[in-house]
Design a protein around this ligand. Structure first.
Ligand SMILES: *Cc1c(COP(=O)(O)O)cnc(C)c1O
Length: 480
């Protein structure tokens, strides 16, 4: 974050105009291929098109901010994971973005689906997902959520604590049912990612520790219960991970645990789930691995470990979320103000304020995540200018794109597109400052389809019994 310095307290030569990873573009109109979904083009008129629909048309139809998902690209990424990981089960992590309309894409491309709450489960079922192909996560599932999972025949329940194991066993006993479970463990891996999205180190809320012995105790407790069908171990080491070193450690420790259980109890676990977290390109500095590379690397790591431990290969699964839903999505905003802020003597930063912000993409504020942006409704002949794209919320940390070169003639009314915004944007959106959460549309072959409509003022204010809905002032669709 930029602090206002007293004049003279910072020297111009100590200011870095742009971070090292960000190249000055030769042409501000050029789209960097790896950041955009496969059908995105800039037309002769300068307007971005996705799925053969002009983004100006989408903005006209549904207003801004809005999220646009390229269906062809989403399906292609899902299919690429299913193909590369043939013989595995690939669970799409629905928490990254879930709507009933995408559940069919996931199922049709051959994937399973994992959900993190009863309400996500309801959407998965409403979208037509075969319950046997759904996994339910969560470190504090309620009795009602567990009952819904058991009653609807969810294929895997990933248990996260001893309390939950007993709770689930009791629910199954009442119903004379048997639930298929995986035990979520922490493998003690330090994933090289932000603390809040690293999930395999010891001091956090998820899972049961291998090194502390709780994981083995949980496996034994499940194995001994007639109402639980213990299928295997689950490990998810974190998110936005590019290297396989963390998976290597997790694979070794989970398979050692698998072997120890077999030796102690003669229970051989048939499955191992390695979780998700495969990184994507949010900026030009990110270099994601292909599904083929990941499949080859993970498969050979598991095979090597199994040979070393002299155990049979379990059936494997993974849970990519952002790698499927992130790159197909872009966020569209309209520029409201452009302001040059003097951050040091003779040094300015250009703040471009748009009509959304941390309520529709919390990731920069929450994790310091970087994004990219381009002007989407025209071509510009102006040179590149380093900008910071910020929202309209009452926080200085309300940043959407910390550093990006936009054309120097950027002006109010311009449409801005942020690529790789399909994951963890709408799904983490809030009503901060009474913002109305934006719609999500999908595009394909020139057609626009609503996946989630824009929240209305009546949706939001209907929650407040002190507001008279009959007497709302006329509020423009775009005005929040
Ligand atoms: C969040 C999560 C995922 C997906 O993470 P991505 O970074 O979106 O791939 C997979 N499994 C579990 C258990 C998760 O919590």
């Amino acid at each position: 974050m930029t602090h206002m310095h007293v004049a003279g307290s910072i020297h111009a030569d100590t200011l870095t105009p742009a971070p090292k990873w960000l190249q000055v573009p030769a042409d501000v109109n050029r789209l960097e291929t790896k950041l955009w979904s496969s059908t995105v083009r800039r037309g002769e008129d300068g307007v971005l098109r996705v799925g053969r629909v002009a983004v100006t048309e989408i903005a006209e139809q549904v207003g801004t901010p809005a999220y646009v998902i390229d269906e062809v690209d989403f399906r292609a990424r899902a299919r690429a994971y299913a193909d590369a990981f043939a013989g595995w089960d690939v669970y799409y992590a629905g928490k990254s973005f879930l709507a009933a309309g995408v559940v069919g894409w996931v199922a049709e491309e051959g994937l399973c689906l994992d959900v993190c709450s009863g309400n996500e489960l309801i959407v998965a079922l409403a979208g037509g997902m075969d319950p046997a192909r759904i996994g339910l996560h969560g470190n504090n599932k309620s009795v009602a959520e567990l009952e819904l999972a058991v009653d609807s025949g969810v294929g895997r329940i990933i248990v996260d604590s001893l309390t939950e194991i007993d709770r689930l066993a009791e629910i199954c006993a009442q119903r004379q049912k048997r639930a298929k479970v995986l035990v979520r463990v922490t493998a003690g891996v330090e994933a090289h990612t932000h603390e809040y999205i690293a999930t395999a180190h010891e001091d956090q809320k998820f899972g049961l520790s291998i090194s502390g012995g709780q994981a083995l105790a949980a496996l034994r407790r499940c194995a001994e219960n007639p109402h639980l069908d213990l299928r295997g171990i689950h490990s998810h080491i974190g998110s936005q991970i590019f290297e396989t070193a963390g998976f290597e450690v997790a694979i070794r420790r989970t398979l050692e645990l698998h072997k120890q259980l077999a030796e102690d109890t003669s229970v051989t676990l048939p499955e191992l789930d390695l979780g998700g977290g495969f990184g994507i390109a949010y900026t030009s500095a990110d270099t994601p691995r292909s599904p083929e590379y990941l499949a080859g690397a993970l498969q050979s790591l598991v095979a090597r470990e199994c040979r070393g431990l002299e155990i049979e290969m379990p059936h494997l699964s993974i849970e990519p979320g952002r790698a499927i839903s992130g790159p197909p999505g872009m966020a569209l905003y309209t520029v409201g103000t452009v302001k040059q802020v003097e951050v040091a003597p003779e040094a300015f930063r250009c703040y471009v304020s748009v009509d959304g912000g941390m309520s529709d993409n919390i990731r920069p504020a929450l994790y310091g995540s970087e994004y990219s942006a381009t002007v989407a409704d025209r071509r510009s002949e102006a040179g590149p200018m380093l900008c910071r794209v910020v929202g309209k919320h009452c926080e200085s940390g309300d940043i959407l794109v910390r550093d990006e070169f936009l054309p120097a003639d950027i002006a109010p009314g311009d449409l801005i597109a942020v690529p790789a915004a399909g994951a963890y944007s709408r799904s983490m959106a809030s009503n901060y400052n009474h913002a109305l959460r934006p719609p999500v549309v999908s595009v394909r072959d020139g057609k626009v389809r609503t996946l989630i409509r824009r929240e209305t003022l009546a949706d939001l204010l209907g929650l407040d019994p002190g507001v008279d809905l009959a007497n709302l002032p006329a509020v423009e669709r775009n005005d929040r």
